[in-house]
Design a protein around this ligand. Structure first.
Ligand code: MLT
Length: 302
């Protein structure tokens, strides 16, 4: 029997695809394949007989890529499988940064004993008034599966969308997201956009890309959304920019000791792909990739 070790619990829709030649093991040392969600494998000893690791998700920064390459272990991810789930939360993030829904809900909770609450809503309407996203400019940095979905969805909500991706041609980007103005310099996004959302992978060249120098080029009162990875943003610089009101709101899907203490940030506990549908899609794709590789030597999304 070929053995698969699940480092994180993954959706049973995925493991159900393992054929009769496979079984799940509790012992990673005897595994030919490892399925992983978000747990870090960086400190782990990789089993000698391990053939493949499949990440049920897009980012692979929790996997020691160099160590895997040295041992000939193929690493897969599941691009696009959770793109819709993440896109929907990014759109919610755009709304939350524009309409003070959180403030309003908290106001209702704080005033729930007030018998006249219905009459007080006039006060709340003023206190929590917001702005609409229609007609505003959104810059999407990174037009992979998630960025392209976000760009199209935002355009359908009436936003003027600017897209930038250093790795794909303007023509290819246009095929992915047709309602988007594709531009070739990220500085144009910094200069022009009211909202900026980041959808690039974590690489040496993207780590800390949003920092004081880039923020300085942005509009006063810009909203920045980060559903990609926290370290793409220099969060010390972000805290300063929020304090100075240069950035109106930082929406991040990554709670950490810095982001949770930022005034003006909306911090979500990495829920982008936490939907039943995304979990199922990622698990299915990860299992299919690992089995196809172990059984047939086929490599997709590596
Ligand atoms: C991803 O890498 O796919 C996203 O961060 C979502 C997730 O893993 O939960």
């Amino acid at each position: 029997m070929k053995k698969i070790y699940c480092l994180n619990a993954i959706s049973s829709k995925g493991t159900a695809l393992l054929n009769e030649e496979y079984e799940l093991t509790e012992n990673m040392k005897e595994a030919s394949g490892v399925l992983v969600r978000s747990a870090s494998m960086h400190e782990m000893e990789l089993p000698d007989d391990l053939l493949a690791v499949a990440r049920a998700g897009a980012g692979v920064n929790n996997i020691p890529l160099d160590a895997c390459a040295d041992k000939g272990i193929v690493v897969f991810n599941t691009p696009g499988a959770n793109a819709n789930g993440v896109k929907e939360l990014v759109i919610a993030g755009l709304m939350l940064a524009s309409r003070d829904v959180v403030g309003g809900i908290n106001w209702v909770k704080d005033n729930k004993e007030d018998e006249n609450i219905a009459k007080s809503v006039e006060k709340a309407k003023k206190a929590f008034a917001g702005c609409e996203i229609k007609g505003k400019k959104l810059g999407v940095i990174g037009l992979g599966a998630i960025g392209a979905e976000v760009a199209n969805a935002a355009a359908s909500l009436g936003m003027e969308v600017y897209g930038y991706d250093p790795f794909i041609s303007v023509n290819a980007a246009w095929m992915l997201s047709r309602n988007v103005r594709h531009i070739t310099s990220v500085e144009t996004i910094y200069r022009e956009c009211d909202y900026i959302t980041i959808h690039v992978p974590l690489l040496d060249g993207t780590r800390g890309m949003i920092k004081s120098e880039s923020i300085a080029q942005m509009k006063n009162g810009v909203v920045i959304l980060n559903f990609a990875r926290d370290v793409l943003v220099n969060e010390d610089d972000m805290a300063e920019a929020l304090k100075a009101k240069k950035v109106k709101c930082y929406v991040t899907d990554f709670p950490n000791t810095k982001s949770v203490n930022m005034e003006g940030a909306i911090v979500i506990p990495h829920l982008g792909a936490s939907t039943e549908e995304s979990e199922d899609n990622c698990a299915r794709m990860a299992v299919e990739e690992i089995v196809d590789y172990i059984d047939n030597g086929n490599i997709r999304n590596s």
